[in-house]
Design a protein around this ligand. Structure first.
Ligand code: ATP
Ligand code: MG
Length: 337
């Protein structure tokens, strides 16, 4: 469905069409992802944006084949990387793709590194996992090369340090180096800067953007902050309550936000002109309960434009070129479907 919307569809390396993920839990079924569709061309950067619980990490983990087999039910019309059907690929193939072709920077930075192992050894291990036959000398050259690539100065000295001896920004650079160890075609970065302060956040986002361009990688940047997604992405998909609700090129989206939730997210972006110590605005109202999503539009309770039909019937997908959004509100004539 969505691939026909993308001008780069001929070179799409990743295609996700109508992804659904349910968790079967003792207290009932939880609908974490209820229809996410997007594609990624090689060398392209896609932002996935939505508030906490909207299904961003579950979507990323579904691509990586990393959801718990006992509780997660994953369905999709298409979940494809290159020629591989990710829903059907044997674990042996998934193990090779994971880290090798599709690498992920996980949301929890503390869990990504082993606190009692020197960072150089951790990077070496990440390289060796995909190239077990490398000699010692070659391996250490590669480690230093990767640390240089993520702009860690004095790499030769820093490889001997433990994670706690590095700043948060330097630790995140090590995590990025490990993700790049096997030269992946796709890098999924799940909230890569959330735990960092604003200046370091900007440095890491710049680094990711540069690496993505230099290496011609596809990148998926997952974040709750539309302001973060504005950096170095070509396109953005906004998720709400497990669904993609708006998608456009980054330039088009900031020019013309159509789905009221996207505008609410935009209004909650922290600004430099806010007085110090002021509370960050979040989108008003509460997210829906994923075990009991309402009929119609899931955002309607929080939407100032909601009308009766929003409560009964799922909104239509409106589309202008590659820009699509799901909403009953038909603001302008140029909306076509
Ligand atoms: N392993 C799991 N078992 C059961 N429920 C889960 C599991 N992982 C996630 N969920 C639930 O799925 C829904 C989507 O979670 P997800 O982690 O994808 O949100 P997110 O958009 O990444 O949010 P955040 O910004 O907080 O990281 C949430 O309701 C969450 O509690
Ligand atoms: Mg998450």
């Amino acid at each position: 469905m969505h691939s026909s919307l993308s001008p780069s569809s001929v070179t799409d390396i990743l295609e996700v069409d109508d992804l659904h993920v349910d968790f079967e839990l003792p207290r009932g079924r939880l609908h974490a992802v209820r229809g996410a569709s997007f594609s990624l061309g090689s060398g392209e950067s896609l932002g996935i944006v939505g508030e906490s619980g909207s299904g961003k990490s579950v979507t990323s983990r579904a691509i990586m084949g990393l959801l718990p087999a006992t509780t997660a039910r994953v369905k999709a019309r298409t979940l494809r990387y290159g020629q591989h059907d990710l829903l059907d690929a044997p674990e042996r193939v998934m193990r090779r793709l994971r880290g090798g072709e599709i690498a992920m920077i996980y949301q929890d930075p503390m869990r990504a590194l082993n606190p009692i192992m020197r960072v150089g050894d951790q990077v070496a291990e990440a390289i060796r996992a995909h190239e077990p036959s490398l000699g010692r000398k070659e391996l250490s050259t590669r480690v230093v090369g990767l640390l240089d690539a993520v702009r860690i100065p004095d790499a030769n000295k820093r490889i001997r340090l433990y994670p706690h001896q590095l700043s948060g920004g330097m630790r995140q650079r090590i995590v990025i180096a490990m993700a790049l160890a096997a030269n992946p075609s796709i890098l999924i970065a799940d909230e890569p800067t959330t735990s960092l302060d604003v200046t370091v956040q900007a440095e890491i986002l710049d680094l990711l953007g540069d690496l993505q361009e230099e290496r011609g990688m596809g990148m998926i940047l997952v974040t709750h902050d539309l302001g973060v997604a504005a950096w170095h992405t070509n396109r953005i998909m906004v998720m709400y309550a497990g669904r993609g609700v708006e998608h456009a090129t980054t330039a088009d989206l900031f020019e013309d936000m159509r789905m009221p939730y996207t505008r609410a997210l935009f209004d909650s972006i922290p600004r430099v002109d806010m007085p110090p110590g002021s509370l960050l605005k979040s989108v008003e109202g509460r997210p829906v309960d994923p075990s009991n999503p309402p009929p119609g539009c899931a955002f309607r309770e929080r939407c100032h434009l909601a009308v009766e039909i929003c409560g009964t019937t799922a909104p239509p997908r409106r589309q202008v070129g590659s820009h699509w959004w799901d909403c009953w509100d038909d603001q302008e004539e140029k909306s076509v479907k």
